[in-house]
Design a protein around this ligand. Structure first.
Ligand code: HEM
Length: 77
């Protein structure tokens, strides 16, 4: 998610890991991630890279049913 913007000691590719509670609230207001670019949880996961690349790979490996269950859980559905 390197946006070329440095903030203090945090380089352009360094982001605070967002807490996942009230993702439902964020979805009502707009999109997910720091700039709202992801329209839903699955899209947010697809934007993960770097340290979160392995988690993204494991998410991709889930069955469609397990993926849907995880997305529904995090979305508060
Ligand atoms: C399957 C596991 C994971 C899921 C389902 C997941 C899901 C999400 C979601 C839905 C968001 C957006 C939250 C919001 O905007 O309110 C998010 C943000 C974020 N996640 Fe994960 N995540 C996972 C694993 C990880 C791991 C392992 C890391 C780091 C090693 C990580 C780092 C981040 C960071 C830094 C953000 C904020 C990025 C930004 O604001 O642009 N995530 N994650």
């Amino acid at each position: 998610m390197d946006d070329g913007i440095r903030e203090g000691a945090a380089g352009p590719g360094v982001w605070r890991t967002a807490p996942l509670w009230d993702v439902a609230g964020s979805l009502k207001i707009g999109g997910l991630l720091h700039d709202g670019r992801a329209r839903d949880v699955a899209e947010a996961v697809e934007w993960h890279d770097g340290e979160a690349r392995a988690a993204r790979a494991r998410f991709r490996d889930l069955s469609a049913q397990d993926k849907a269950a995880l997305v529904a859980f995090i979305s508060g559905l």
